[in-house]
Design a protein around this ligand. Structure first.
Ligand SMILES: C[S@@+](CC[C@H](N)C(=O)[O-])C[C@H]1O[C@@H](n2cnc3c(N)ncnc32)[C@H](O)[C@@H]1O
Length: 386
C-alpha cells in the first residue's frame, strides 16, 4: 500500500478549495485524490507544485513505477537500503482435517504460506474474495479500500511466487478489474501464459457500462516452461436443440481430430453453481468442479502437490483428492462445509466422472447418437468412408 503522508486524506472541503485554487474541475481532482489516478500534463505539474513535490515524488506517491521512477530509484540505491527480513513469523496452525492426500487448516492463508518451504508447490489455484462486500461465514471484511485490497492481493501473490516450484503453475480467478492489477505485479515475477476469460454473467447490466460477462483466470508459470501442460480436448460445439453444426467447417470436417477440439483461452462451457442441489454452501461463491478438473488435469500429475489458499466450499481439495493429487488447503472461516463435502466424496466423484466422460472426443455420446439419427456427419462418417 502507498504510505502517503496525509496527501490523500483530504476532506471534500479541502478538495474543493484545491480545485478552485488550481482551476481543475472538482470531479477530476476527486479522481486524482480519492481514486488515486495519477494526474497528467498540466494538472500533474500544477498539483506537484501545490504539494511541493517533484514529478518523480508524485509518481512514487501515486504508486506509478515507470522507467523514469525506476531510473531515479536506481540512482539513489545506496540510500534506500533496508535490512534483510526473513519474512513472517510462524504462527501455530489449526489443522481441521486430514485425508489420504491432503491437510486442511482453519487459518489465514498468509500463516499457512509462512509454514511452506520455498519451491515446494506444483500447482496453485486461488479464488479470493472479490471485495464486493459479500458475507462470508468467517465474518471477514470484504469491502476494503481499493488500494488495501490490491496490496493484500500482492502480499499473498508474492508468497505464492516464493512457494511455487520451478516449472509450477499458478492460476488466479478474479474479476478482470482486480486481475489486471495483479497481472502487472506478476509479470515481473513469473511468466505470463494466459488471461483466460470464463464466459459467465455475474451481475445485472449496469447503466453506462458493458454487461460484465466474464471472470478472468490468470495463468502463470515459474520459469518459462511448465513442468506439466497437457490440456484435455473438448467436444465440438453443436446446437443443443437440433444437434447441427454451429460453425461452417467446410472441407475441414474430415480433418477434425476425433479426440475433440483444442481448449482456447475463452471458456464458454463452465456452468455457474447456482442450483441448490449442487451448491455446497448457501452464501458464498462456489466454483464448478469442471473448472478445477480442467486446471488440475492440465497443469499437474498424480502425486503432485496442489495448494489453494482460499478454501471456500473446498472444490479444489475435493477435485485434487479425486484425481490423486496431494493437497494443502486453508480457509480463514469454519471448515465444516469442506469436511461435510468430503463425507459425500462419492457423489462428487460421480459428478466428476460425468464431466470427464464428455472430454477428449469430438462429440459426446448423446451428441453423436442424435447426429446419427438426423443423418448429420460425425467423425465416424469419414472413418467409414476411408
Ligand atoms: C470466493 S471463496 C472461495 C470459493 C472456492 N473456490 C469454492 O469453490 O468453494 C473465498 C474464500 O476465501 C476465504 N478467505 C478470505 N480471506 C482469507 C484469508 N486471508 N486466508 C484464508 N482464507 C480466506 C473466505 O472465507 C472464503 O471462503
Amino acid at each position: 500500500m502507498i504510505q502517503s503522508p496525509g496527501v490523500f486524506e483530504k476532506s471534500p472541503a479541502e478538495l474543493k478549495k484545491l480545485s478552485e485554487k488550481l482551476a481543475i474541475p472538482y470531479e477530476e481532482i476527486k479522481s486524482y485524490f480519492r481514486d488515486r489516478k495519477l494526474p497528467a500534463g498540466e494538472h500533474l505539474v500544477k498539483i506537484a507544485e501545490a504539494l511541493g513535490l517533484s514529478i518523480l515524488q508524485m509518481k512514487i506517491l501515486w504508486g506509478v513505477v515507470d522507467d523514469q521512477v525506476l531510473a531515479g530509484l536506481q540512482k539513489n540505491l545506496p540510500d534506500i537500503k533496508e535490512p534483510l527480513s526473513r519474512g513472517r513469523k510462524h504462527r501455530k496452525l489449526k489443522q481441521t482435517m486430514t485425508t489420504e492426500l491432503g491437510t486442511l487448516y482453519r487459518n489465514d492463508c498468509m500463516d499457512v504460506l509462512a509454514s511452506l518451504e520455498d519451491n515446494s508447490l506444483d500447482l496453485v489455484f486461488a479464488d479470493p474474495p472479490f471485495n464486493l462486500d459479500k458475507k462470508y461465514p468467517s465474518g471477514m471484511n470484504d469491502l476494503l479500500k481499493e488500494e488495501e485490497y490490491i496490496s493484500w492481493m500482492k502480499s499473498w501473490a508474492d508468497e505464492l511466487c516464493r512457494t511455487l516450484k520451478q516449472g509450477g503453475s499458478l492460476f488466479i480467478w478474479n474479476l478482470p478489474k482486480w486481475n489486471s492489477e495483479l497481472a502487472s505485479h506478476l509479470n515481473k515475477r513469473l511468466y505470463f501464459k494466459h488471461w483466460i476469460a470464463v464466459d459467465i454473467k455475474y451481475s445485472l447490466p449496469v447503466k453506462g457500462r458493458l454487461y460484465p460477462s466474464h471472470y478472468s483466470i490468470l495463468y502463470y508459470t515459474k520459469g518459462k516452461k511448465a513442468s506439466h501442460f497437457i490440456p484435455d480436448r473438448i467436444p465440438m460445439q453443436i446446437c443443443p436443440k437440433c444437434y447441427g453444426d454451429l460453425k461452417d467447417y467446410g472441407g475441414y470436417k474430415s480433418k477434425m481430430n476425433s479426440k475433440g477440439v483444442n481448449i482456447t483461452d475463452i471458456w464458454t462451457d463452465i456452468p455457474p453453481v447456482r442450483h441448490a442441489k449442487y451448491k455446497r454452501r448457501k452464501n458464498a461463491n462456489e466454483l464448478s468442479i469442471k473448472v478445477l478438473d480442467r486446471i488440475i488435469e492440465m497443469a499437474s500429475r498424480p502425486g503432485d502437490l496442489v495448494f489453494d489458499p482460499f478454501g471456500g466450499s473446498g472444490t479444489t481439495y475435493v477435485v485434487a483428492e479425486l484425481k490423486g493429487r496431494r493437497w494443502i488447503g486453508t480457509d480463514i472461516g469454519p471448515s465444516k462445509e469442506i469436511i461435510d463435502r468430503f463425507a459425500i466424496l462419492e457423489t462428487e466423484r460421480d459428478i466428476l466422472h460425468k464431466y470427464r466422460n464428455d472430454l477428449n472426443c469430438l462429440f459426446t455420446e448423446q451428441g453423436k447418437e442424435q447426429r446419427k439419427k438426423r443423418n448429420l456427419w460425425t467423425d465416424e462418417s469419414f472413418r467409414d468412408s476411408e
